[in-house]
Design a protein. Structure first.
Length: 208
């Protein structure tokens, strides 16, 4: 997440001017993000960042955070699923933020979670309405990745070979690109940061 924020001008178009970060457990990296935005606000389109403690304030509605939004806002929902799914209201608020409200208020949403299968299908609308899915290779449980791949018509042997390839690198990951404007032959790839070598996987043929 930090690497994407540090390269936000190159990776997100139009670039958000505000970062609003919703979290449940404070991390040292939040200070790094704050310092980076402050140090680069004169040259970057990203001018402001703000952190919202959901453990203390609860999962907000869009009306709760509307005063905190910028003209174009990157809204990060970081590890909120356990708190949100503990109540019906929290589940509804989280789904509305991620699925409904983002379409009307110039929001880009990053939903950071451990698993898409948590909560007996309560996150399904978020999974199916996401334009991009980025997965870090999990050597013990690949069901989330296989589920998204299967929904996109990618054969199981193919995705497993892709995972074996990205797994050669520490913190290897794979991106599924569902944007309608993206090239059809570049929808599964790794190495998306500006300083990385991008590898595009051909899922139409058996990957070797």
């Amino acid at each position: 997440m930090v690497d994407i924020i540090k390269n936000i001008d190159e990776m997100i178009t139009p670039t958000p001017d505000k970062l609003l970060y919703l979290y449940t457990a404070e991390q040292a990296v939040y200070g790094e993000i704050t310092d980076y935005v402050a140090a680069n606000h004169e040259t970057s389109a990203l001018k402001h960042c703000e952190f919202y403690d959901c453990a203390r304030l609860g999962i907000p509605t869009i009306e709760d955070i509307r005063p905190l939004l910028g003209e174009r806002t990157l809204l990060v929902l970081d590890d909120l699923m356990i708190l949100a799914l503990s109540t019906r209201e929290g589940t509804e608020n989280l789904n509305n933020l991620a699925v409904r409200d983002s379409h009307h208020l110039n929001l880009s949403i990053f939903f950071v979670c451990q698993t898409l299968n948590y909560g007996n299908g309560k996150l399904r609308s978020m999974r199916t309405n996401s334009m991009y899915h980025l997965f870090f290779n999990n050597h013990t449980d690949t069901r989330d990745i296989e589920l998204v791949a299967r929904n996109k018509g990618i054969r199981l042997p193919t995705i497993r070979k892709i995972l074996a390839d990205v797994g050669k690198k520490q913190y290897g990951y794979v991106l599924f690109d569902g944007c309608p404007h993206s090239l059809a032959n570049a929808r599964v790839r790794t190495g998306i940061l500006p300083n990385e070598c991008t590898i595009i996987y051909n899922t139409e043929k058996q990957f070797v």
